[in-house]
Design a protein around this ligand. Structure first.
Ligand code: MG
Length: 162
């Protein structure tokens, strides 16, 4: 019997600090600030993993990969995606589509949106035309609007792998 698709939502926010490497959706940006995190601080991939894990009814990223575990210090968030994909595959699921909103004053996403899309498509095993990325600013409101942080929101649709 065909099961209906499953939807998941993930949200993540990271504070910016000067001199940090800035990687969003697995793509490196040239900026004066970057996200602070125990891993590489890639809020987009963290939100995407939570969306995928949530859709599959699995534990969230923070439970699976504790930010107190030294083994995850400075870790490439692409590793978390690989592990999340292994876990959903074990449940007979795969990602069908993703819709992503990234809120940040800087860096400007536009020049890198295509690269972000391609990278997420590879990481989550989806055609690039089923990964959408929208960049928004914070309109000078809250930490995002003041340029102190970036926030990512992702919805993912999962279907049966077979
Ligand atoms: Mg995070």
């Amino acid at each position: 019997m065909n099961e209906p698709p499953r939807i998941g939502l993930g949200i993540d926010m990271h504070r910016f600090e000067p001199g940090r490497r800035c990687v969003l959706a697995g793509v490196e940006f040239e900026t004066s600030v970057g996200p602070v995190g125990h891993s590489d601080g890639d809020a987009v991939l963290h939100a995407a993993c939570d969306a995928v894990l949530g859709a599959a009814g699995l534990d969230d990223l923070g439970t699976l990969f504790s930010d107190r575990d030294p083994a995850h210090a400075g870790r490439d968030s692409a590793d978390f995606c690989v592990e999340a994909m292994t876990l959903i595959a074990a449940k007979g699921l795969r990602v069908w589509s993703m819709d992503v909103v990234v809120e940040t004053e800087q860096p400007k996403l536009k020049p890198h949106r295509a690269a972000m899309r391609e990278r997420m498509a590879v990481l989550f095993g989806v055609d690039a035309d089923r990964v959408n990325i929208k960049g928004k600013t914070g309109e000078k409101v809250d930490a995002v609007g003041r340029g102190e942080a970036c926030r990512a929101t992702v919805v993912a649709l999962l279907i049966q792998a077979r």
